[in-house]
Write a protein that binds this ligand. Structure first.
Ligand code: ASP
Length: 732
């Protein structure tokens, strides 16, 4: 506790020096310490207004959406805004060639039309409490890493159990700063979240991959959902009997717009940063990880993009997979460039040199040894990091066969046993359903081409002991012709044809076991996974643990040696606030970005019929007539803006708020020149991109005819005579 207080005092005393250095993703517990600095920049609220456990505060309107986005509540009827790309898979799930909600958009005109989505959840934060003292009570310096870990896990389990006692809430203890600090996070998860609306892709994904991570930007990256609860307003399983959720806090919507220099903050769940990565780690990212992932994704995207252009069925089938692959692909290209331009490696080396000098001059030579150990540990972990990257790219982002084959493992290994125990029919039934789903979502020719495209990279880099033995057939059976191997695999495997798979399931358990045991598709998938799990994972885990322990010493040392520096804990998917201002940037020599875009700019990009730059007819008509309703300003329609808010993945969908805590935009991206900010933030370059809330309202109301949703929200305007709520309904 003393340590943390010490840290906060340091932060408070020094933020003045960093008036424009908007690096940092602040934990709620740190807000009191930075409140003065935020207020000096334009915040009109207190830390308690932003985060409070005892009364409604901004945090009660912000939640984790689905697997890893942020969303916010904008009406007392549980209406939720997030990004189009965050709602993407939900929209895709409800789409078919007949109901193409991806392409045409979807709007529920009343509650009965809202689309249930079992599996989709939102999670609110009930409280966050520092439990470092309790968690570390049983830990002492002499402990081995595993004894320390065991003591922490045991103590955390007690803390979690206590917190979950009322049975209503989830709880988790999370580690910060490599285990220097622990926080208990109590959560409440709602499980009935329904799709309410999404604009057509030509608005919600305007600019496509070409514009992704780019500025200037004109994407209406929004989708709308509603949280449903039981009659007691508590989480309930999806059911037609549920009712709209009443939140503790609803974000008002600012109709005042944004001006350059305005205070802005973003509140959400950034997923991961590596702010303290040592030079050896930076080198690994720059020389191995990023270049390899970029190359593999480029190869699979060439296949998928072409397939998607060839038919509507394939376009819908691969939309989500394509977005996931290309998003990372482009981000890493930007990250690599950014790290190179900032000379991130040399820069970190200089930091480390200073660290050594300070350690020596303050009689703490031992601290320098942590840097040497880190270098050594990074050298040793390198092959396993490479193995992990290769595995992730092949298994999770490669052909769907890899994960489908795993479904058959139980049958392949225990088919006869299942039969004896009378469980075979149930397993066959489950597999038939899985197959139905798999073959509906995956085209086998495309899948085959994806494997053929990325396998060369895999084969080139994978260590021999991690290579699935079935890959030897490339040499043994196909004279080194990899394409022949892949074609043979897809032509023969029981897992690459629905008909063959179904026929296989109709055979005796013993035959199924025998067939799968020599099936090339099955062997490629399970062989890759098993070797990864048994060889790479334990080594990677052991060395990562050692790195974390060393990082903990290094960071504690840095806090001691550099009392004038600010140390914010790396993002780890927990609630954070970043603040800064609405501003443009200087991304490159001779290049300046202004902070705003408008519908004019969108129309300048318009290419009729283009998959990325088409514009809906209705939007063109509204534009021609300058029919912007109350959302336009000075004869134009604002679309997006940039601000100096430190964000990362997971912040997608986060509310961007003004100094009064009113919604001014929805965060959805960063500029390409910012993407190295996960490792190195640069004040002149790093900007997040938000869709202006007035454009969101315009899309809903004027473009898509869903004004009834806007009327649920509280739109506020601050005139010369003070604030007033804009009278509703708004007339179109
Ligand atoms: N668009 C980004 C994402 O992929 C958000 C970001 O990283 O800034 O989630």
């Amino acid at each position: 506790m003393r340590r943390i207080k010490l840290l906060l005092v340091t932060v408070q005393a020094l933020l003045a020096l960093f008036a424009h250095a908007h690096e940092g993703m602040w934990l709620p517990a740190m807000l009191t310490a930075i409140q003065d600095s935020m207020q000096a920049e334009g915040l009109q609220l207190t830390a308690e207004d932003i985060y409070s456990v005892s009364h409604g505060s901004l945090k009660d309107a912000v939640m984790i959406f689905g697997g890893g986005c942020t969303a916010e509540v904008v009406s007392d009827q549980g209406l939720v805004l997030t990004n189009h790309h965050c709602g993407f898979s939900a929209i895709q799930r409800h789409s078919s060639v007949d109901h193409d909600y991806l392409k045409d958009g979807f709007w529920a005109m009343d509650r009965s039309q809202e689309l249930m989505d079992p599996g989709l959840t939102v999670t609110f934060i009930v409280s966050m409490e520092d439990v470092t003292d309790r968690v570390l009570a049983g830990v002492d310096v002499g402990m081995t890493a595993s004894a320390r870990q065991a003591a922490i896990e045991a103590a955390s389990a007690v803390v979690v159990k206590e917190a979950e006692q009322d049975g209503d809430h989830g709880a988790v203890v999370r580690s910060f700063n490599y285990g220097l600090q622990f926080i208990l996070i109590v959560t409440e998860t709602y499980r009935d979240v329904r799709l309410v609306g999404a604009p057509p892709a030509s608005v919600g994904k305007f600019g496509g991959d070409t514009d992704n991570w780019m500025w200037p930007r004109h994407t209406g990256d929004v989708s709308v959902f509603r949280i449903y609860a039981g009659p007691d307003n508590r989480p309930a399983s999806p059911s037609p009997d549920n009712v709209p959720y009443h939140p503790r806090h609803v974000l008002p919507i600012s109709m005042d717009g944004v001006r350059e220099g305005d205070f802005a903050m973003v509140f959400g769940f950034p997923a991961r940063t590596q702010r303290y990565l040592p030079s050896a780690g930076i080198r690994q990212v720059m020389e191995v990880t990023d270049p390899l992932r970029i190359a593999m994704r480029k190869a699979s995207l060439a296949v998928i993009d072409q397939a998607m252009r060839s038919s509507d069925t394939l376009r819908i089938m691969y939309a989500s997979k394509q977005s996931g692959i290309s998003n990372g692909y482009k981000k890493w290209i930007g990250e690599l460039r950014g790290l190179r331009e900032l000379h991130a490696f040399d820069d970190r080396r200089r930091d480390e040199q200073r660290y050594r000098e300070r350690a020596a001059s303050s009689g703490n030579e031992a601290l320098s040894a942590t840097l040497d150990s880190l270098q050594d540990l990074y050298d040793r972990i390198a092959p396993y990091t490479l193995a992990r990257d290769l595995f992730i790219e092949l298994y999770y982002y490669g052909p769907d066969l890899m994960r489908f084959a795993e479904q058959a493992r139980q049958l392949a290994e225990h088919g006869e046993e299942l039969e004896r125990e009378g469980k075979l029919q149930a397993e066959l039934h489950r597999l038939r359903q899985r197959a139905e789903d798999h073959f509906a979502r995956s085209d086998q020719r495309v899948d085959q081409a994806i494997l053929a495209a990325i396998l060369p990279y895999y084969l080139e880099h994978i260590a021999p002991e991690l290579r699935a033995p079935v890959l030897d057939r490339i040499q043994d059976k196909h004279q080194g012709d990899m394409n022949a191997f892949v074609a043979d695999l897809y032509g023969r495997s029981f897992l690459t044809s629905k008909g063959r798979f179904e026929r296989l399931l109709g055979r005796p358990a013993r035959t199924i076991e025998r067939e799968l045991a020599r099936d090339p598709g099955y062997l490629l998938s399970t062989g890759t996974l098993d070797l990864y799990r048994s060889v790479a994972v334990p080594n990677h885990a052991r060395l990562s643990e050692a790195i974390d322990a060393m990082m903990r010493h290094e960071l504690a040392g840095a806090m001691q040696l550099f009392p004038d520096s600010i140390f914010w804990p790396d993002a780890n998917g927990t609630l954070r606030l970043s603040y800064g201002q609405v501003e443009g940037s200087h991304p490159r020599d001779g290049v300046t970005y202004g902070p705003f875009t408008t519908l004019e700019g969108m129309m300048q990009k318009y290419v009729p019929g283009d998959p990325e730059f088409d514009v809906p007819d209705r939007l063109i008509a509204l534009y021609r007539n300058k029919d912007y309703g109350p959302y336009g300003v000075d004869g134009t329609m604002p679309v997006c803006f940039t601000a100096s808010l430190h964000t990362t993945g997971g912040n997608s969908g986060s509310p961007v708020l003004n100094g009064r805590g009113e919604l001014i935009g929805i965060n959805f991206d960063r500029t390409w020149e910012s993407t190295m900010s996960d490792i190195r933030f640069d004040q002149t370059k790093c900007r997040n991109i938000s869709v202006d809330i007035r454009y969101v309202l315009f899309i809903m109301d004027k473009l898509c005819g869903a004004g009834h949703l806007v009327r649920e929200m509280q739109l506020v305007h601050h005139g010369a005579d003070g604030p007033h709520v804009i009278p509703l309904p708004i007339h179109r």
